[in-house]
Design a protein around this ligand. Structure first.
Ligand code: MG
Length: 307
């Protein structure tokens, strides 16, 4: 049983909507978007990762979920499980967490501390105007599919770390310090029909949009935005899965109707990011599981799943 089957079988009680955040009404014109993520030593980061990087990533992955909804960060709580009290470690962790929280104007309002294998759980909440949130379910036939910046850098860094190689500074930055696309998410309100953050790889995360929107799509391998290092890795190994299924990108994947595509240029200039069209939503599909066609890919990548 994979994680999605597990959630559907035991925890889909018909009250959630299956997006990057849950939406809760505050009053007649405002909603809260709330999300939770756990990072565990040895699963999400290697045992020798410095506390600064662990703190940064723990909060950044939650901010990325807020970004996927177009939400403005408000507050978060922190559940910290530690093997022991190491004040040097705690000081570094706390300073890094505080710096990122300040950068994104999100407040730490509570939490819990326990003893055990190092694990960090953060629940972050943001705000949105009612009915404005970017959802996975809004993709329409004819929409163009875009992704921000480049794909596969963090996955290549992880692969190299596991093979006892030293990733470049650029790759390590993408792995340890992914930049949550909060501003992009906010810009996309009223422009994109659907959106998700790429945490488990483009193939799987785009498939969530397709399933929720009941549509099919085709994407083009040649169009995928890749850094020089990832391009070189793929040229040498034909390992497209690093960009399609490696995970940890924390970029946004979103779909935009023809009428709004011209607005993306201003977004790119203002935020200094790259937005790349990688494919299109081709047709409605109300029943089938196979919704994503990847042009020229010989065999599908095994998606990242916890179970
Ligand atoms: Mg997400």
């Amino acid at each position: 049983m994979n994680e999605f089957d597990l959630i559907e079988k035991y925890f889909d009680w018909g009250q959630g909507i299956g997006d990057d955040c849950a939406l809760v009404a505050v009053n007649s014109h405002q909603q809260l978007a709330t999300t939770v993520d756990t990072l565990i030593e040895g699963v999400h980061f290697p045992a020798d990762t410095i506390p600064q990087d662990i703190a940064y990533k723990s909060l950044a992955v939650n901010l990325s979920d807020l970004a996927a909804m177009g939400a403005t960060p408000l507050y978060f709580s922190l559940a910290l499980t530690l093997p022991s009290v190491n004040e040097q470690w705690l000081k570094a962790f706390s300073q890094s967490l505080k710096a990122l929280a300040k950068q994104y104007s999100i407040r730490l309002i509570g939490g819990d501390t326990t003893k055990g294998v190092l694990s960090i759980t953060i629940n972050a909440t943001g705000t949105l105007e009612k009915n404005q949130a970017l959802l996975r379910s809004g993709a329409q036939v004819g929409d163009s599919i875009f992704v921000s910046n480049t794909l596969g850098d963090a996955a290549l860094a992880w692969q190299q770390l596991q093979n006892q190689q030293s990733p470049s500074t650029a790759l390590l930055k993408k792995f340890n310090h992914p930049e949550p696309q909060i501003k992009l998410g906010q810009f996309l309100l009223g422009i994109a029909n659907s959106c998700i953050d790429i945490s488990d790889g483009l193939q799987q995360d785009l498939s969530h949009i397709l399933t929720r929107s009941k549509v099919e799509a085709i994407i083009d391998l040649d169009a995928l935005p890749l850094s020089a290092e990832v391009s070189k890795h793929i040229a040498n190994t034909s390992d497209w899965c690093v960009a399609l299924a490696g995970g940890d990108d924390y970029e946004l994947c979103f779909t935009v109707p023809e009428a709004h595509i011209s607005k993306l240029k201003a977004v790119q200039q203002e935020l200094g990011i790259i937005l790349t069209k990688i494919g299109v939503i081709t047709s409605k599909n109300l029943i089938s599981q196979c919704r994503l066609t990847i042009k020229d890919l010989d065999k599908a990548c095994k998606p990242y799943q916890h179970f």
